[in-house]
Design a binder for this molecule. Structure first.
Ligand code: C5P
Length: 237
């Protein structure tokens, strides 16, 4: 029984503004991707990390990872990604050796996830859950909006009860055969998903939520970079 982590890092990160692919941007002087790989490697359960790189940047990513220190027990593979996050994750899963039974899928864009969050996901998998996501209650009330007239304010159609909602993060943990089946069946149906657990849910498999962490936030917009730098500075103080 071996647990591997797959890190999709092939996105361009357009919402962050112009510049290098998001995963290669520096945080505290170190590329975001290196932080993300270290965050997975810090867990004793993880002995293999598969990084899914931009197709044209795989060689550069390999060099970059070789330049940075990682725990000795961690093996790191780099494979080229695809057009969508889903295709990139699939490329990472296809690279896993046969002895891997569980997988954590972790966004490169969540570089600061604490090891305790990673370990709680692994623990729930070991306790028998086929799919596990870290999640947090929401501070904001969420509205569902309907299609409105072009150029007019959007009409609200529903307000889900906030106490029952969770904002989900990564790493998302899976029994590997279950995630492979989800990828095969959902891709066959031509459907997309914004996270891996969503695909597993569509198989009718129960996904469980363990507590997430504020520091597992996704670096998406410019303000998130400011927050990430502040979190790193506080850790180093
Ligand atoms: O775009 P979003 O923030 O949802 O991306 C989440 C993660 O998926 C990022 O780490 C990004 O690099 C990755 N991704 C990918 N391949 C794509 C698109 C996104 O690996 N084609």
């Amino acid at each position: 029984h071996r647990t591997a982590a797959v890190i999709p890092a092939a996105g361009r990160g357009v919402r962050l503004g112009p510049g290098a692919p998001k995963a290669l941007r520096a945080l505290g002087g170190t590329p975001m991707l290196v932080h993300a790989v270290r965050a997975m490697a810090r867990s004793r359960a993880v002995s293999l990390v598969v990084v899914v790189a931009p197709p044209e940047g795989a060689a550069e990513v390999r060099l970059l990872l070789d330049e940075h220190t990682l725990p000795d027990r961690t093996e790191v593979l780099v494979v080229p990604g695809g057009e969508t996050r889903q295709e990139s994750v699939r490329a990472g899963l296809d690279a896993l050796p046969a002895d891997v039974t569980s997988v954590l899928v972790h966004d490169a864009a969540r570089p600061l996830v604490p090891v305790d969050t990673v370990d709680s996901v692994v623990e729930a998998l070991r306790a028998g859950a086929p799919a596990v996501v870290p999640g947090l209650p929401l501070a904001d009330t969420v509205k569902e909006v309907g299609p409105g007239a072009p150029g007019r304010p959007e009409p609200v159609v529903a307000t889900p009860e906030r106490a029952r909602l969770r904002a989900v993060q990564t790493p998302q943990g899976f029994d590997l055969p279950t995630l492979l089946r989800a990828h095969a069946e959902i891709a066959l149906a031509g459907e997309g998903a914004t996270d891996d657990a969503g695909m597993v849910e569509r198989l009718g498999v129960t996904v469980v939520v363990v507590p997430g962490h504020d520091e597992a936030f996704k670096v998406t917009r410019p303000l998130d970079l400011v927050l990430a730098e502040a979190v790193l500075a506080r850790r180093r103080a």
